[in-house]
Design a protein. Structure first.
Length: 268
């Protein structure tokens, strides 16, 4: 593992450790009687649902364009009950790069809250329509472990860890770790603006991944701002990665710096 990857792994570990320490500190306070001994009321369980849709000037996933740098339409739906959630999301992708014309994600999991920390334990199945990769399967599954908290009002920090036992195009075991932060600004006219940023690191322990991509690990990041009004949101985001393959590799051109605009509506 390179020095860069060690540093990124250390940052991710520190983020998760900080979240865990915050939870532990709150638990210790409760055990010591610093809080009232009265039992906390059980959280109200209710059924929730929403649908969403919109358009992206480019569909960028972990720093790489999935639709050959062309606009992509997406739709999705989510349901929840208590700490349980499930959903479906679909978007246009490029047959040239992804060997499919549409990506369809199915996901489910739980989001338990412990003290100030919200955990996310889930599974994601990435399915690809009308695959053109012959006998090679483009579909794959990822397991997700996430944690987030609000260190102060209007701010959120968190991290996610993803594990795939056999990544897309059957390229073997892949690990991905991400850290992110966001902050909601005071309302401006009819808009509620927010700023956010993310950095991620992806690596594999299998030779098939490196042979297929031309690299075995890389870093990606984004930063941008969002304007929300009623059911609409408009996101302006800068993406980049450190992927440098060369030799005419397709992924090299699709992973360079770019600005992405996304317009999205969520109902009800």
């Amino acid at each position: 593992m390179t020095l860069r990857s060690k540093l990124i792994s250390s940052v991710a570990a520190a983020t998760i450790a900080g979240l865990a320490m915050s939870t532990a500190a709150l638990a210790d306070g409760m055990a010591g009687g610093s809080l009232k001994d009265e039992p906390a009321p059980a959280p109200e369980r209710q059924f929730t649902w929403s649908v969403n849709g919109g358009i992206m000037s480019d569909y960028v996933f972990r720093g790489v364009s999935q639709n050959d740098e062309d606009p992509s339409i997406f739709v999705g739906a989510d349901v929840g009950y208590g700490i349980f959630y499930a959903g479906i999301w679909a978007a246009e992708v490029s047959e040239t790069f992804v060997a499919s014309n549409a990506e369809i994600d199915l996901y489910a999991g739980i989001k338990p809250v412990v003290g100030p920390v919200t955990f996310d334990l889930g599974v994601i199945y990435y399915a690809y329509n009308d695959q053109t990769a012959g006998p090679i399967n483009v579909d794959y599954v990822e397991l997700k472990l996430g944690a987030s908290m609000s260190p102060f009002e209007n701010a959120t920090i968190g991290g996610n860890f993803f594990y795939s036992p056999d990544y897309t195009f059957e390229t073997g075991t892949v690990y991905t770790v991400e850290g992110y932060a966001s902050y909601t600004l005071p309302q401006m006219w009819i808009f509620t603006p927010s700023v956010s940023a993310l950095v991620g690191y992806q690596t594999s322990e299998d030779d098939a991944y490196a042979t297929f991509n031309g690299f075995d690990e890389y870093v990606y990041w984004n930063a941008g701002f969002t304007l929300a009004v009623e059911k609409l949101s408009f996101d302006f985001r800068y993406w980049d990665s450190d992927i440098e393959v060369g030799g005419g590799a397709v992924v090299d051109d699709l992973a360079d710096e770019r600005f992405v605009f996304t317009a999205k509506v969520v109902l009800p």
